[in-house]
Design a protein around this ligand. Structure first.
Ligand code: HEM
Length: 154
């Protein structure tokens, strides 16, 4: 259990912490200090690197989460409420990430390739909104995961 929970916690920290940094620190600073074309090109580089690692974080969260469920917690039948809530919120977060990746992220990159900065900014605003929602869900999920064993019955 120790190994899987360590992998799980690292993946969650990376994904949620990365969203916090991008949404609450990098975005306001870039808006303040960079003109739109440079800012949008910066975001293309940031998102390309971050998203490629989010795929790995999602794989690590799912594998480690379900390893703990099946090997140590007796499968779906005996799960505590916090693990069930975590699963639901986790799948919603994954769905929203897939929506970003296969939705606005593609036209964002295509608009930048065409130097259409207005269209790219529009898609980036959509990405930002959904990342904001996923950040809130991620923080709630981490709180549930970390505190649940003290209040939910296994
Ligand atoms: C989607 C499927 C998921 C499954 C099956 C799952 C499963 C689990 C299980 C079984 C535990 C151990 C609970 C306990 O011992 O009381 C756990 C802990 C935890 N989970 Fe998840 N989880 C999932 C998604 C997520 C997501 C998306 C996040 C955050 C982004 C997350 C964050 C955490 C945290 C922070 C802990 C506590 C780690 C610790 O105690 O150090 N989990 N999870």
């Amino acid at each position: 259990m120790g190994l899987w929970i360590a992998v799980h916690l690292l993946a969650a920290t990376f994904w949620v912490g990365g969203m916090y940094f991008a949404h609450r620190c990098l975005r306001p600073a870039a808006e303040l200090h960079l003109p739109p074309p440079q800012r949008l090109v910066l975001w293309r580089g940031v998102l390309r690197r971050f998203f490629s690692r989010v795929w790995m974080a999602i794989a690590a969260l799912l594998i480690s989460g379900y390893m703990m469920v099946f090997i140590y917690l007796g499968g779906f039948a005996d799960l505590g409420l916090h693990v069930n809530l975590m699963q639901v919120l986790g799948w919603v977060m994954i769905g929203l990430y897939l929506y970003i990746y296969f939705g606005p992220y593609r036209p964002f990159k295509a608009a930048l390739d065409d130097d259409d900065f207005a269209a790219a900014a529009e898609q980036l605003a959509r990405i930002r909104k959904i990342v904001g929602i996923n950040l809130a869900l991620g923080l709630i999920t981490m709180l549930l995961g970390a505190s649940g064993r003290y209040w939910a019955f296994l």
